[in-house]
Design a protein around this ligand. Sequence first.
Ligand code: GLU
Ligand code: ZN
Length: 339
Amino acid sequence: TTNKISYLSIDMNHEIPERPLVGRLAPSPTGAQHIGNARTYLLAWLSIRSRGGKLILRMEDIDSPRIKPGAAQQAIDDLCWLGLDWDEGPDIGGPHAPYVQTERRESYQAALNLLKSAEQVYPCTCTRSDISAAASAPHAGLEGPHYPGTCSHRSVKDGEELSSRGQPFAWRFRTTSTRHELHDRIAGKLSCNVHEELGDFVVYKSDGSPAYQLAVVRDDLAMGVTEVLRGDDLLPSAFRQLDLYRFFRATPPEFAHVPLVIGEDGRRLAKRHGDTRISLLREQGAAAAKFVGFLAWSLGLRPTANLVTPKELLADFHFDQLPSGPFVFTNTMLHELLR
Ligand code: GLU
Ligand code: ZN
């Protein structure tokens, strides 16, 4: 296993001091991409392209029960319509192919094996309701309650016995009480003790598929990604991912977490706020430059929402104009865009 670890480390390039700038666009084809996604993709593209870096398009389709047929192609069409491009991706290939997560299972399995040989994971048989019942302070929200460590007494070997009894289980990462510091390019300086604030997290699900945390870290390392720009709903995940980077003894990418787009009711943009799919704008014949102009204004890159292309935004792009809070998307704005 020592051999394997050093092989994986070399593969991850963590000793090269000056890494070429690489970003990624990572849509989940669990449904249509909406204006919030478009805003993040535009910013991710501008951040990398304004500094002459490379972009990778990666389809994050491991969440199999929620994947919608046709959504991957639709995401590609949306990005093209916006005027964004990339240097590597499922549609054009590249040196880090494949660019579709369901085609990269061996790589995630290898990462899980490393975690197992270091006893860094343990089998967890808890159901969702077990966890909420045992958690002392369940905080609602996407992240679910703090995992109370119910199964942490188990070792990797216990997994064999559970399997032989046909008992399903997930693999959970064994966190230790360390405080991670994060200098986020947008959110600023933050810190978190994953063990205390979030708890041990799943890296492989009970259906035998890799969990988001492991897949995304493994891919970002394998693909040489140096900047991860995404929605700030994933900020807690960034700290979990830092635990994984530390385990793999690899340099984490720079993080930039963009405040989300919310509706007038203050809630995260969803179906109840009307149809904000990029594909709808496209199908209704809206001009991409008008939509990009709107996004640029929402990002503080332009004083008014005028027609503009992503390329035209490159010249004077800066992070410092970004508004710090979430962006409120109103019904009036939606009607204006569709007009
Ligand atoms: N695929 C995720 C999403 O669409 C993004 C994950 C990431 O950027 O790390 O929300
Ligand atoms: Zn458990």
